[in-house]
Design a protein around this ligand. Structure first.
Ligand code: HOC
Length: 356
């Protein structure tokens, strides 16, 4: 169904009315005291875009390319677990909505539709697969095969989640994802747990840099490392073969007390130094946030919860509406900063780096 979007933040209260309490708690929560979750959005206010004028901008062009895929905008529907929590169409609704809007989507291992079901809808549209590394290499190979069949542009290896953060909404609601994860059917340990950490901890293994080559060699796909928050980790990952760096603190759902993602992005982008593309997420709610991330060194900007809320409110049309609204805000911000193209946006002077 069609939905009106005033802004991305306002979708949360509306979605809360149509999603079950446990499901809403899971989607919206951060870990511990939610310091990092809140900081992700508020820290954008400490970054300033310095506009240029008289730049002869009439129709900004926000199209871009990522890993050879043409996109209508540098927006990624960031990987989120269990999208049927928001809407029965789950990742299939997300795939249709993002495809209609011409933006990239990433599907989580913990999705509630299988990779094949989602691929049938996305049908070659820009798509990446987010891998939570299982202990069982046979199962991992199955996931990688499915991702290759789904024409994934890349495998995103989740590096920040060998266990889940402590999330109190799940404790209060006695909520967990068990039984809602299509890709893990028949694979769970069968142990009950409260929250994602309790459910999946025993399926994960400790992660190390050698995995990058192993995953790339088996899948034949570029491997992007998600959850990078330190420049040294970005450098080490690239030296170990990473084809992309994904700066994220998991929407404030993992280590509470971590800095906002936008605060660490400039230093990481500096170390990456254009060797590989940089994806960014955590806290993006405005078109100006997208510009701030691009001007701080990102090539693709992920948005998480707002897409779930759009999905909850309007199925695939709600997803497309979120993307189109964000594109509209990006368009205004590009015009007002004097940016004709995404390359121009990347060169906007920001307060991280004010040099006149
Ligand atoms: C392995 C435990 O991304 C979330 C999801 C799943 C996290 C699983 C972590 O809830 O943030």
């Amino acid at each position: 169904q069609d939905i009106d979007v005033l802004n991305l933040s306002s979708l949360e209260e509306r979605a809360k009315k149509v999603i079950g309490q446990g499901e809403f708690g899971y989607i919206s929560e951060g870990s511990d005291d939610e310091y990092t979750k809140k900081r992700n959005t508020s820290a954008f206010n400490d970054v300033h875009l310095v506009p240029r004028v008289l730049q002869n901008v009439e129709e900004p062009d926000q199209t871009t390319e990522f890993l050879g895929r043409k996109l209508s905008s540098p927006i990624l529907a960031a990987p989120i677990a269990g999208n049927t929590l928001a809407h029965e169409s789950g990742e299939m609704g997300l795939a249709k909505g993002t495809k209609e809007a011409g933006v990239m989507m990433a599907q989580s291992t913990f999705a509630s539709k299988t990779i094949a079901e989602t691929a049938a809808v996305s049908a070659g549209a820009p798509y990446m697969f987010q891998l939570y590394m299982p202990k069982d290499w046979g199962y991992c190979k199955y996931l990688l095969d499915e991702a290759r069949n789904a024409k994934a542009s890349a495998i995103i290896l989740t590096a920040d989640s060998t266990l889940g953060g402590y999330r109190e909404a799940d404790v209060l609601n006695h909520y967990h994802l068990k039984g809602k994860i299509a890709n893990l059917d028949g694979y769970n340990t069968g142990k009950d747990g409260v929250g994602a950490g309790g459910l999946f901890a025993e399926s994960m293994q400790s992660l190390n840099l050698d995995l990058i080559d192993k995953l790339a060699a088996y899948s034949g796909l570029p491997v992007i490392i998600k959850g990078i928050q330190h420049p040294a980790d970005a450098d080490a990952a690239i030296k170990a073969g990473a084809a992309g760096i994904y700066v994220s603190n998991h929407g404030g759902r993992q280590l509470d007390g971590a800095p906002a993602s936008i605060e660490v992005l400039p230093a990481i982008a500096k170390v990456v130094n254009h060797r590989v593309p940089v994806i960014f997420d955590s806290g993006v709610r405005r078109g100006t946030n997208v510009l701030k991330a691009l001007a701080s060194g990102a090539d693709l900007v992920g948005v998480g919860r707002p897409f779930s809320y759009g999905l909850a409110l309007g199925g695939w049309k709600g997803v497309a509406a979120v993307a189109e609204h964000l594109k509209m805000e990006i368009n205004i911000a590009m015009q007002l900063t004097g940016s004709k193209t995404i390359e121009d946006v990347k060169n906007i002077q920001i307060s991280h780096d004010l040099k006149f």
